[in-house]
Design a binder for this molecule. Structure first.
Ligand SMILES: Nc1nc2c(ncn2[C@@H]2O[C@H](COP(=O)(O)OP(=O)(O)OP(=O)(O)O)[C@@H](O)[C@H]2O)c(=O)[nH]1
Ligand SMILES: [Mg+2]
Length: 397
């Protein structure tokens, strides 16, 4: 089964915990607790040998390795392995309806779910304030990301027409494709690719399901057909003189209208209008007439296509990568004189283990320096109010 849309859950690895330990070679002990390993990240790699998401479909959820905890005596925890997932070229990466990336180049790596930072051990926490720390940091938690992936195939030519126009018959006539042909509408339910060689280059053709009125709004297989056009360089409109509902001009109008409604930019895709089924003696004078049955006109069609240099044509889509600055976010919830603060930034302040007295000192030092403290002042915190920072409570001074 061809899978061209998928929702997947990604979990990066958590960071390992730092350690608290001391060297005791001489009478003077010194901190030598090491750092936890980084958690593994999940990285997409665009691969021209992958054609859809069926390799991801069977799992749906992916988890990178956690970083290891540090041991004593300067032994850092091992980093968790990154996980690489192959995705097809032509993938749109979408999070919560927002487009994060369009991947149309081969071998692009996209770190989509960052592994957690390892926690620092007591050696790296030495400071003037605390020269002999008995605390360490726990590692950052894993991140969870849910993404929608949508594929728009990269092809030179797309065959567009109403159901039964003969699109699959045409791709079979001119390429090695064995797209299914039958006399009922919507025989083709997913795109199929074929290639042929002209005197200059290898040309890829994509046979698509038929379009009907309302396709741009999702009628029939509409959206899943039209989505592919953003990575298509050229359209053949295949028209059917034997269609009982629409004459040739009406078919052109319907198809162009659906395409433009879906995306006005698609108007710029070059096209050729071809009338099929000339063997039925329904010749349309103003167009190239062909028959996939008698192969009449097929040579002429190929000649016309030979005149086009597909390499030089542009696709509507551009590769795109949103600069993804992860916010060090936090939420403040105020209830009378208690201020509850949660979120990644709060975790970064309170991620400490060890001597409880030192933990409190370190937390209040980090808290005062942080933007959380400034935000609380802006929101009107008063002396004596209770601050609940990720479960650690203290009174504000
Ligand atoms: N007489 C005649 N019939 C044709 C010709 N080309 C295709 N057909 C017939 O038209 C019907 C539809 O052909 P398909 O190739 O499956 O059409 P399609 O456009 O791929 O249809 P969908 O996948 O349903 O959108 C079949 O019965 C074909 O045999 C032609 O040149 N002449
Ligand atoms: Mg078909």
């Amino acid at each position: 089964m061809f899978v061209d849309t998928i929702q997947i859950n990604l979990l990066s690895g958590s960071g390992g915990s730092g350690s608290v330990s001391f060297s005791s070679k001489s009478s003077k002990t010194s901190p030598n607790g090491a750092n936890g390993g980084k958690g593994g990240s999940i990285i997409f790699v665009s691969d021209s040998g992958v054609f859809d998401y069926s390799n991801l479909k069977s799992k749906g959820s992916f988890k990178a390795e956690n970083g290891g905890d540090a041991s004593k005596n300067l032994q850092n925890g091992p980093n968790g392995k990154d996980m690489y997932l192959k995705i097809p070229i032509g993938t749109s990466i979408i999070s919560d309806g927002e487009l994060l990336a369009e991947i149309i180049d081969e071998n692009v790596e996209y770190k989509i779910c960052q592994g957690g930072m390892g926690g620092r051990g007591n050696k790296d926490l030495i400071s003037k304030r605390n020269p002999n720390p008995e605390i360490c940091e726990s590692g950052e938690k894993r991140r969870k990301v849910t993404l929608d992936l949508e594929l728009s195939l990269l092809t030179d030519i797309a065959l567009i027409g109403l159901p039964n126009a003969g699109k699959s018959s045409l791709i079979q006539t001119i390429t090695n494709s064995n797209s299914k042909i039958d006399s009922y509408p919507f025989t083709t339910v997913s795109p199929s690719l074929g290639v042929y060689e002209n005197n200059k280059e290898i040309v890829t053709i994509c046979d698509l399901p038929g379009l009907i009125k309302g396709a741009a709004e999702g009628t029939g297989l509409g959206k899943s057909v039209l989505r592919h056009l953003k990575n298509t360089k050229f359209i053949i409109f295949l028209l059917d003189p034997d269609n009982s509902g629409y004459n040739i001009e009406e078919q052109i109008k319907l198809l162009e209208n659906e395409i433009e409604t879906y995306n006005p930019e698609f108007r710029n895709i070059k096209n050729l209008k071809v009338v099929n089924k000339s063997d039925l003696d329904k010749i349309e004078k103003n167009y190239l007439n062909i028959s996939t049955v008698t192969e009449e006109g097929i040579g002429e069609l190929l000649q016309k296509l030979d005149e086009i240099s597909f390499r030089e044509l542009n696709r509507v889509n551009k590769s795109y990568e949103k600069i993804f600055v992860e916010a060090d976010e936090f939420d403040i919830e105020a209830d009378e004189d208690v201020w509850k603060i949660r979120g990644r930034k709060a975790e970064k302040i309170t991620n400490l283990k060890g001597n409880s007295h030192e933990i409190l000192n370190e937390i209040s030092y980090r808290f005062e320096k942080s933007s959380i403290s400034q935000e609380l002042i802006n929101q009107g915190i008063k002396k004596g109010d209770i601050v609940d920072l990720n479960g650690h409570e203290f009174s504000y001074e």
